[in-house]
Design a protein around this ligand. Structure first.
Ligand code: GLN
Length: 265
């Protein structure tokens, strides 16, 4: 299959950047699979034409300039989510602080790993209800030599912890159930529903998390939560209803309020 044929195939399948993806997959087929183990160029193009995410096919996605392994069963890190790390760094400028960090719904581990990299004396925990996701998180922690600084725990949203955490990060599922069918096939057909589906109004996770975050934070602690578009007011109300303060909501690069900051007492 020639590059031009591949581009045509991807374009016909409705792929967003057919030329870029075809090039990347050609490169991938040549460089990392000398024996053709991962498939020929043609088979990689067929997977992409079936709208499998590029990151699942290549097995990698960059987040916060860190290479992360991803594949079926884990949400692919999005650039919007980097807003949470930028916000953390701005609000906790002392990089030597021995922060304890909890990542609720860690998935690939992207938030936890980026935070631990930025704060070399920090330690933490990532929890997720999906054992498949935790396999990727474990692999990524190991690849970044962070296994000794973080624990991964398979559990639903935890109720409390003693003595609590200095920092809580979370990118919970927040897409209203009925909106999922309108998402791109890459997302709706291939990425894990549990990482996306926020219930009828998209706010189910925040409802459960608000009182729990209030208990999980240490005094003076800081929570930074990712939001879906248009959820800023509703989630702020849930957090203040649980006794937390919401000093700010930070916009992402597209200007969409994306990272909600909540503090305890
Ligand atoms: N940002 C993701 C998307 O739009 C959703 C992630 C989430 O629900 N937390 O596909």
């Amino acid at each position: 299959m020639t590059l031009d044929e591949a581009v045509k195939t991807l374009r016909a399948a409705g792929v967003d950047n057919p030329r870029l993806d075809a090039r990347l997959l050609l490169e991938f087929s040549q460089k990392s699979l000398p024996q053709g183990e991962g498939g020929t160029f043609e088979s990689l193009i067929a997977r992409r034409a079936a709208r499998e995410p590029l990151a699942y096919i290549t097995g990698h996605r960059e987040f916060w300039s860190l290479d992360l392994a991803v594949g079926p069963g884990v949400l692919i890190p999005r650039p919007d989510t980097e807003t949470l790390i930028e916000t953390l760094i701005r609000l906790r400028p002392d990089r030597t602080a021995p922060l304890s960090i909890l990542d609720l719904g860690t998935g690939s581990g992207c938030l936890l790993i980026a935070a631990l990299k930025e704060y070399p004396n920090a330690s933490g925990a990532g929890i997720d209800s999906s054992p498949e996701a935790l396999v990727w998180a474990q692999r990524n922690l190991a690849a970044h030599a962070l296994e000794t600084r973080a624990a991964l725990i398979e559990t639903a949203w935890p109720e409390e912890a003693s003595p609590g955490f200095d920092v809580i990060l979370s990118n919970p599922p927040y897409i209203p159930t009925a909106d999922i069918e309108a998402l791109e096939p890459e997302v709706r057909r291939h990425e894990p529903r549990a990482a996306l589906d926020g219930g009828p109004d998209g706010l189910d996770a925040y409802r459960v998390l608000a009182p729990r975050i209030a208990k999980l934070l240490k005094p003076g602690g800081l929570a930074i939560l990712e939001l879906g578009q248009g959820q800023s007011d509703a989630v702020s109300a849930l957090m203040t209803g649980a006794g937390l303060q919401v000093p700010e909501v930070v916009a992402d690069l597209a200007g969409i309020p994306r990272a909600l900051v909540a503090t305890g007492w």
